[in-house]
Design a protein around this ligand. Structure first.
Ligand code: NAD
Length: 459
C-alpha cells in the first residue's frame, strides 16, 4: 500500500465483516492469539533486527526484555483466562421486578483502531492488538513513522496471518495518522505524547469514538530517608538508561533527602558506568531515535543552568549515542523540569521533609508512574495515599508494567483508560446489560391509569 492508503475503504470492509461474521467464539479468538504468538516467535530475529535498524542501535536483550517477553507473557495470560472473562456475569434483578434474571454480557465493540509510538514499536502495537482480538474485535493499526522498518515488517507479517478485514496495518506519516484518527472506529487506542493525544481525542469526538489514551509525563522517583542509596541506584539506573531513557514510564526525576543528594549522584553515576563502561560502540546502549530528538536533549542539558554529572564517555553524536547525564538540582522552570525528558538525562532534586517532596509531586500533572523507595510500610502507605499516578512500583522502577494481572494506564494528563489483561478485555468489550423477565412477571400491570398505584410505588 504505497501513497495515502484508502483508510475509509478499509474501515468499510472491516465493518462489513463485523456484520457478516457476528461475534467470534472462544475458539476463534484463541486461534488468533495462538497464531500471533507463533508468528512473533518464528520471526523474532527479524523483528529484533528491524527495531535495531530503526534505532541505529538497540540491544537485542532490550527488545527481548522490553517488548517480546511482556508481549508473549501477556498473550499466555489472556489465553489462559479468556474463557472465564467471556462468561456472562450474573447480577441481581431488583425485588420489585421479580421474577426476572439479570446479567452482563461482554460483546465485541466492532472495529478498533490502534495508533502506536516508536519507542517500543512491537509491544505498544501488538499489546493493544492482543486485547482487541481477545475481546473479539477487528483491528486497524497505524504504527509510528519513526520506526518505519518495524512498521513495514509488522504490515507484512500480520498481513500473512490475518485477512485485511480482520487485522490491517497501514503505514505512512503524521498526515496518515491524523486521517486515521478521524475514522469512525468503535474504539481508538492511542499511545504517544500528551500533545498529539489531545488532537486525537478531538478528532475522535466528531464520531463519538471512545478513546483510550496512553500518554507520557514526568514520572518521579522518591527515595525516602531510610532506604540504602546503593540499592536504589541499581534499579533507578536500570529503569532510566534502558532504551536510553526513551520509555514512557522511565524515571523522569529523582527526589532525594538534601543531605544525601551529592552522595546519591556519585553512587548512581558509578553504577551507570559499571553497567555501561563505554557509550560509543557499546552494543548494550541504545541510540536516540532521530537527530532531532538528540539535538533536543543537548539543548535541554545546555539550558538547564545546573551542575552536570557526566558519564566518562561523551558518546557519539553521529550515531546519536547520548551519554547518561545527571542534572543536579535544575530550576523548576528549566526545560528539563517542564517537559517530559524521554532520554538519558536525569535531574536529581533535594527535599527537606517528606511532605515537601509529596507537595512537589502533587503540584505537577498526575504522572504515568511513580517510584517510591522505602522499607517502612507506614512511609510507603503515606506516599501511596498522598499522591496520584497511573501506576506505582515500590522499591524498583518500571516493573509494574510487565505484570499481566495489573492494569496499565495513566490518569489525568498521563492518559485515560487502562489495558493489559482483564482490564484490556473489558476496555475493548461492550458490557451489555441484559434483563430477562420471567414467564409469570407482572410488570405489565405497572401502567396508566396511575391512580390505582397511588401510595404503592414508594412503599
Ligand atoms: P507522538 O505523539 O509524536 O506519536 C504517536 C503516534 O501518533 C505516531 O504513530 C504518530 O504517527 C501519530 N501522530 C502524529 N501526529 C498525529 C496527529 N496529528 N493525529 C493523530 N496521530 C498522530 O509520540 P511518540 O514521539 O511516538 O512517542 C513518545 C511519547 O509517547 C512520549 O510522550 C511517551 O511518554 C509517550 N508514550 C506513552 C506510553 C504509554 O503507554 N502511556 C508508551 C510509550 C510512549
Amino acid at each position: 500500500m504505497d501513497g495515502v492508503p484508502d483508510l475509509q475503504g478499509l474501515l468499510a470492509r472491516q465493518q462489513q465483516a463485523v456484520k457478516r461474521h457476528g461475534t467470534p467464539d472462544l475458539k476463534e479468538r484463541q486461534a488468533a492469539l495462538d497464531g500471533l504468538a507463533r508468528l512473533v516467535r518464528r520471526h523474532q530475529g527479524d523483528l529484533i533486527s528491524a527495531v535495531n535498524a530503526d534505532f541505529g542501535n538497540r540491544a537485542r536483550q532490550e527488545t527481548e526484555l522490553g517488548e517480546l517477553m511482556p508481549l508473549l507473557n501477556g498473550i499466555r495470560h489472556v489465553r489462559r483466562h479468556l474463557k472465564g472473562w467471556m462468561r456472562p456475569r450474573r447480577r441481581v434483578a431488583g425485588l420489585a421486578f421479580q421474577p426476572a434474571s439479570a446479567r452482563v454480557e461482554y460483546q465485541p465493540l466492532g472495529v478498533v483502531g490502534i495508533l502506536s509510538p516508536w519507542n517500543y514499536p512491537l509491544f505498544l502495537t501488538l499489546g493493544p492488538l492482543v486485547d482487541a482480538l481477545a475481546a473479539g474485535n477487528r483491528v486497524m493499526i497505524k504504527p509510528s513513522e519513526l520506526a518505519p522498518r518495524t512498521g513495514d515488517l509488522l504490515r507484512t507479517l500480520l498481513g500473512s496471518l490475518f485477512p485485511e478485514d480482520r487485522v490491517a496495518v497501514v503505514t505512512g506519516g503524521a498526515e496518515v495518522a491524523a486521517a486515521f484518527s478521524r475514522l469512525s472506529f468503535d474504539h481508538l487506542v492511542f499511545t504517544g505524547s500528551t500533545r498529539v493525544g489531545q488532537a486525537v481525542m478531538q478528532a475522535a469526538a466528531d464520531n463519538l469514538t471512545p478513546v483510550t489514551l496512553e500518554l507520557g509525563g514526568k514520572s518521579p522517583v522518591l527515595i525516602m530517608p531510610d532506604y540504602p542509596l546503593d540499592k536504589a541506584a541499581r534499579t533507578i539506573a536500570m529503569g532510566k538508561f534502558f532504551n536510553a531513557g526513551q520509555t514512557c514510564v522511565a524515571p523522569d526525576y529523582v527526589l532525594v533527602p538534601r543531605d544525601r543528594m551529592e552522595n546519591f549522584a556519585q553512587i548512581l553515576m558509578r553504577r551507570v558506568e559499571a553497567m555501561y563502561p563505554t557509550i560509543s560502540g557499546n552494543p548494550d546502549y541504545t541510540s536516540i531515535i532521530t537527530d532531532r530528538h538528540h539535538a533536543r536533549l543537548l539543548a535541554m542539558v545546555d539550558e538547564a543552568r545546573a551542575r552536570v554529572v557526566r558519564h566518562r564517555d561523551a558518546g557519539d553524536t553521529a550515531r546519536r549515542l547520548f551519554p547518561p547525564t545527571l542534572l543536579i538540582d535544575p530550576p523548576t522552570d528549566s526545560m528539563a523540569m517542564r517537559e517530559e525528558i524521554f532520554g538519558p538525562v536525569l535531574p536529581i532534586l533535594p527535599y527537606d521533609r517528606v511532605e515537601d517532596a509529596l507537595a512537589f509531586i502533587n503540584d505537577r500533572p498526575k504522572p504515568l508512574a511513580l517510584y517510591c523507595y522505602s522499607d517502612d510500610s507506614n512511609r510507603v502507605t503515606e506516599v501511596l495515599n498522598g499522591t496520584r499516578s497511573g501506576g506505582v512500583t515500590v522499591n524498583a522502577t518500571m516493573l509494574h508494567v510487565g505484570q499481566e494481572d495489573l492494569p496499565f494506564g495513566g490518569v489525568g494528563e498521563s492518559g485515560t483508560g487502562a489495558y493489559h489483561g482483564h482490564e484490556g478485555f473489558v476496555r475493548l468489550s461492550h458490557a451489555r446489560a441484559v434483563l430477562r423477565m420471567g414467564r409469570f412477571n407482572q410488570s405489565h400491570l405497572v401502567a396508566a391509569p396511575y391512580g390505582r398505584l397511588t401510595g404503592w410505588i414508594t412503599r
